[in-house]
Design a protein around this ligand. Structure first.
Ligand SMILES: *Cc1c(COP(=O)(O)O)cnc(C)c1O
Length: 434
């Protein structure tokens, strides 16, 4: 091929004529919106998730109301509180939901069935090219006896965003939300018994490319599944969470990358640093970015600092979303919303880039007030120490040593919503089957 044949005529000044990734994602999300808007996700003529923009007959949209039920014949005992795994294996509830997808026929029938192994060919796309994304949210047994999900709409929407980022199919997010409710309606009553108010279960929606084809391409077959698992309480480690800053030669995510998507490819490569930090007595890595050392995330949680500015203002600060480096956490978003709604006369809430140097400086000038990690798994977890290049930054942990006053206040408000101590639109009640 002559060089001129590969240079598009519209390219000027060395710029790409189109932004391929952004336009591909926009294209598929618009398509999905259109199909939702016009059909409420129930119509066979809507998007097939492959993004060709042509409505095809016989290509089924994801439809939760078609769900079939096959109940387990070997129900297992619910372990006592505090037991979450056996021999290193996470304990899951009795059932799971699976839905197969193919480019040809679209989404298959959602099946609720006994929890158990999946069957995949060794050539399956996910095993080679990390065509995998996932979600994490909890179901909470309230103090009023009801079972709730916390903002499942936000998780379902993020699930869609992650899926299209890695060329997995699109779907109406509301259908995923219905599937989450369906699984909890069946397994909730037994696995989160009413006599254990204040307990939770962790839901893990997952989407994988299953096509058994080694060619490097978008998979034409996929599997969506949802499991419900037991998970320990991690929001109150004795003495607070201790963070170790990321090594100079490693980043978790980068501008132009996919740190904002909950795709498996973000996590495997981060385990080496985390393992090393754990061996040195730290809980998580505080991931820094760039030569400036911007603070981004603490492990798989968003990271917050509360400090006095040089001007004397009390400020809650966290990394921004606009550069797409960090995962847009539902907990992060909720913390910011509550802080802005309820604390705006006391503290300023800002989302901007800030560096570990600024945190060090605030510490040495006595302006560092509180810090916490926020995410579904760690909930709101007070941070007591950051180790950065031979230095320990100590962070006040409040009078009782359980976290600073604003940290505990925000955590308490979220807890009240999750466990139904207050009525709030973020708490979605599961209609349980008895
Ligand atoms: C899941 C996750 C979070 C937290 O998001 P939530 O929606 O609050 O659970 C933060 N950072 C990373 C890297 C994550 O994977």
């Amino acid at each position: 091929m002559s060089p001129s044949a590969v240079v598009p005529s519209t390219v000027h000044d060395g710029e790409q004529d189109v932004n391929l990734t952004a336009s591909a994602i926009d294209h598929r999300l618009t398509e999905n919106d259109q199909s939702n808007g016009s059909t409420n996700g129930q119509n066979a003529l809507s998007s097939n998730g492959q993004g060709n923009g042509v409505a095809q007959p016989n290509v089924q949209e994801l439809n939760a109301s078609n769900i079939t039920y096959t109940f387990t014949k070997e129900p297992r005992d619910v372990p006592p509180p505090g037991v979450h795994s056996i021999d290193g294996s996470t304990i899951s509830t009795d059932h799971m939901i699976t839905v197969a997808w193919s480019a040809k026929s679209g989404w298959g029938t959602p099946e609720l069935k006994p929890y158990g192994p999946l069957s995949l060919m060794p050539t399956a796309s996910v095993l080679h090219y990390a065509t995998e994304c996932f979600e994490g949210l909890k179901a909470y047994r309230g103090f009023d006896g009801k079972l709730r999900l916390f903002r499942p709409d936000c998780n379902a929407e993020r699930f869609l965003m992650s899926s299209v980022r890695i060329s997995l199919p699109s779907f109406p997010p509301a259908e995923v939300e219905k599937l989450l409710l369906a699984l909890m309606a069946v397994d909730g009553p037994k696995w989160l018994p009413r006599d254990r108010p204040g307990s939770f279960i962790y839901l893990r929606p997952t989407l994988i490319g299953t096509q058994s084809q080694l060619g490097v391409q978008a998979p034409a077959e996929a599997l969506l599944y949802i499991i419900a698992t037991l998970m320990p309480v991690m929001d109150s480690p004795v003495g607070g969470m201790k963070l170790h800053t990321s090594p100079d030669d490693m980043v978790r995510a980068w501008v132009g990358g996919f740190g904002y998507a909950k795709v498996g490819a973000n996590y495997g490569p981060s385990l080496l640093a985390t393992q090393e930090a754990r061996a040195r007595g730290f809980g998580q890595i505080l991931w820094l970015y760039g030569s400036e050392g911007y603070c981004t995330e603490a492990g798989a949680s968003n990271f917050f600092v509360l400090w006095k500015t040089k001007e004397g203002k009390t400020q809650l600060i966290t990394a921004p979303l606009d550069d797409r480096l960090i995962l847009p956490g539902v907990t992060r978003r909720s913390v910011l919303q509550l802080a802005r709604e309820r604390l705006s006369d006391e503290i300023e809430v800002v989302e901007r880039r800030y560096t570990i140097k600024e945190v060090l400086e605030a510490s040495s000038e006595g302006r560092l007030l509180e810090s916490f990690a926020a995410g579904t798994a760690f909930f709101v977890c007070p941070v007591s120490l950051i180790h950065h290049r031979e230095q320990d930054i100590q962070i006040p942990m409040g009078k009782a040593g359980e976290g600073g006053p604003y940290t505990l206040k925000l955590k308490g408000w979220l807890k009240d919503i999750m466990y139904g101590n207050v009525d709030h639109p973020w708490g979605i009640v599961v209609q349980e089957e008895h």
